[in-house]
Design a protein around this ligand. Structure first.
Ligand SMILES: NC(=O)c1ccc[n+]([C@@H]2O[C@H](COP(=O)([O-])OP(=O)(O)OC[C@H]3O[C@@H](n4cnc5c(N)ncnc54)[C@H](O)[C@@H]3O)[C@@H](O)[C@H]2O)c1
Length: 247
């Protein structure tokens, strides 16, 4: 129960990696706040509530400042603080660069980067006041190696790494750590919707451990970074990719 007495807010937590992170933090005692575009966020909240922890769920868009500020102020009203922020909401629509419109570029940068900015901007002052915080940003191995048809996504996930490092320096003196996680290919509703059986086979072949990652592989890393055992780790990018980028 590493997180009893702690309050954790996870974005993009209706399904996939974010849902698993929220579930993991809650299963170790955190009061948990879910925020997602999808109505499914309320179902996920019901499931997590069964663990016996307090749960709040908000339907909202990370690119909408009002949605973000409302969720953060309601959380403060209910729980009085936010100890752990996980910026997980993200999109990865494949589009070759030569066909990409400015709107498509902006959409990915807005959700993946601006959304992280909005949430961090709203939550960091609360953490500073409490002299405690754990901010964990979900980047990707796309910040390290290129993927065709994902120029916007690769740029956005590299931006998250730069943001993480610089913010870690600014917030270290307030007992706040800021880290990023770079998942390799993970089985989620998002990836299942776009991957063909052939692409899945090729992807698994490219992963040295010989399997796709699971959301729980990432939730375990996030839980460690959110714990007090990780208090000397800040500004880091932790890769969890089954060896994909080690080759
Ligand atoms: N799945 C992978 O292989 C993989 C690999 C590396 C990094 N990641 C990153 O992990 C994160 C989660 O990915 P996933 O595969 O679980 O995705 P997913 O599509 O399965 O789930 C993403 C969740 O985020 C929500 N969401 C999307 N846009 C939103 C917005 N504007 N505001 C609020 N919520 C929003 C969706 O409704 C959904 O519930 C993303 O940041 C992604 O880039 C995923």
């Amino acid at each position: 129960m590493r997180f009893s007495g702690k309050v954790a807010l996870v974005t993009g937590s209706a399904m996939g990696i974010g849902r698993e992170i929220a579930y993991r933090l809650a299963s170790e005692g955190a009061s948990t706040v879910l925020f997602d575009l999808s109505d499914k966020v309320f179902e996920t909240a019901e499931e997590i509530r069964k663990l016996g922890v307090k749960v709040l769920a908000f339907k909202g868009d990370v690119t909408n400042k009002q949605d973000v500020e409302k969720a953060v102020s309601e959380t403060l009203k209910n729980f009085g603080k936010i100890d752990i922020l996980v910026n997980n909401a993200g999109i990865y629509p494949f589009k070759p660069f030569l066909e990409m419109t400015e709107e498509e570029w902006d959409k990915v940068m807005n959700v993946n980067v601006k959304g992280t900015f909005y949430f961090t901007k709203a939550v960091a002052p609360i953490m500073v006041k409490n002299n405690y915080g754990r901010i964990i940003n979900i980047s990707s191995i796309a910040a390290i190696v290129g993927f065709p048809a994902l120029t916007h996504y690769c740029a956005s996930k590299a931006a998250i790494v730069g943001f993480t490092r610089a913010l870690a320096l600014e917030l270290a003196r307030f007992n706040i750590t800021v880290n990023a996680v770079a998942p390799g290919p993970i089985e989620t509703p998002g990836t299942k919707a776009i991957i063909t059986p052939q692409a899945l086979e090729a992807t698994v072949k490219a992963i040295p451990v010989g399997r796709m990652g699971l959301p729980s592989d990432i939730a375990a890393v996030v839980a460690f970074l959110a714990s007090d055992e990780a208090s000397f780790i800040t500004g880091a990018l932790i890769v969890a990719d089954g060896g994909y980028t080690a080759q």
